[in-house]
Design a protein around this ligand. Sequence first.
Ligand code: 9MR
Length: 373
Amino acid sequence: MRKNKLTIVFWAVLFALASCTTTKKIGSNYPVSLKTAFKNQFLVGAAVNAQQIEQKDTAANRLISTHFNAVTPENIMKAEWIHPAWGTYNFTLADKLVAYANTNGLKINAHTLIWHSQLPAFMRGMHNPDSVRMYFEGHINTVASRYDGKVYSWDVVNEALNEDGTMRKSIFLQNLGEDYVVEAFRLAQQAAPHTKLYYNDYNIEQPLKRAGAIALIKKIQAAGVRIDGVGIQGHWSINHLPLKEIGQSIQAFAALGIEVMFTELDLTVLPNPEDLAGADVNQNTAYNERLNPYKNGLPDSVQTKLATAYADLFTLLLKYKGKVSRVTFWGVNDGQSWLNNWPARGRVNYPLLFDRAYNPKPAYYQVLKASKK
Ligand code: 9MR
């Protein structure tokens, strides 16, 4: 008991000191956390991993409760994890996430019901339409109904589109036909009547893919099925931040009468080997030293470029008051980011607002400043 009290006092003092440093760096007029800075604009979220959900990563948990009011499970609600064998579900970590979010006042965006990637082993290469349908219906009914009222929202379908806006030839398209997306939302609506339902994808700010997403959303709406929002993932680079297309997309998606969110935001600072844009987890490149230029630290010039890119992005988002409902970073700090391992494994990337030691970076302060403009 006494040890617990001491721990609480220790963290409170540390947090007070950290807040003082923050205030000193940017002036006393600035908010002390991301969620306060944007409280009248949008929710601010982070993707959380199993360590964080199990509260093994104390420093990350402190950042989460200080700065964020929304979380997305980075992996643990994906089918591969939650539905490991035919008819067998493992809800242990997802249940822990619900408890963790309740204690810390966090809205959960559950991720994701239907995705061609990270499928359970028993589904990979499945060619039997009846079995695929049985999986599809069983998975959505079981998982979505269990968490209805416990999670705030679901990414019902993830990454159903190709870059040219056509439908991806996924296991679901091939076995269930083009209407599978509408069907997924219909089933989710029945199983989770109290949960918001979203479509989520990368590069849908780009004109062709955006047009595909708009067509898909209109198709769901025309079928009389509920869709509450669209998530633009936001895996971008500091060298090509598509601000114009982002602005156009917010307007175009909002015109459909749905929420617009940035759901997996990170800005890579590393060279991109084959000009890969987006987040196709199946694209991989062999590691070489030239692809890992900042393994001993980020030069000031690049740090500044990252900070400016983040400031420009948030300044833009704030222009669309009432249209953007959430901005979620894909990770809490740089050390956690998937971008250390994609598209080449074992690199040192710096895409988020907090560094490997959990300290706020210049980009963090620039984002707070943007909130005051
Ligand atoms: O960040 C996630 C990484 O830990 C996983 O290995 C990978 C494969 O499941 O998925 C990453 O998250 C992806 C997200 O679920 C969907 N959009 C692209 C994200 C980055 O690949």
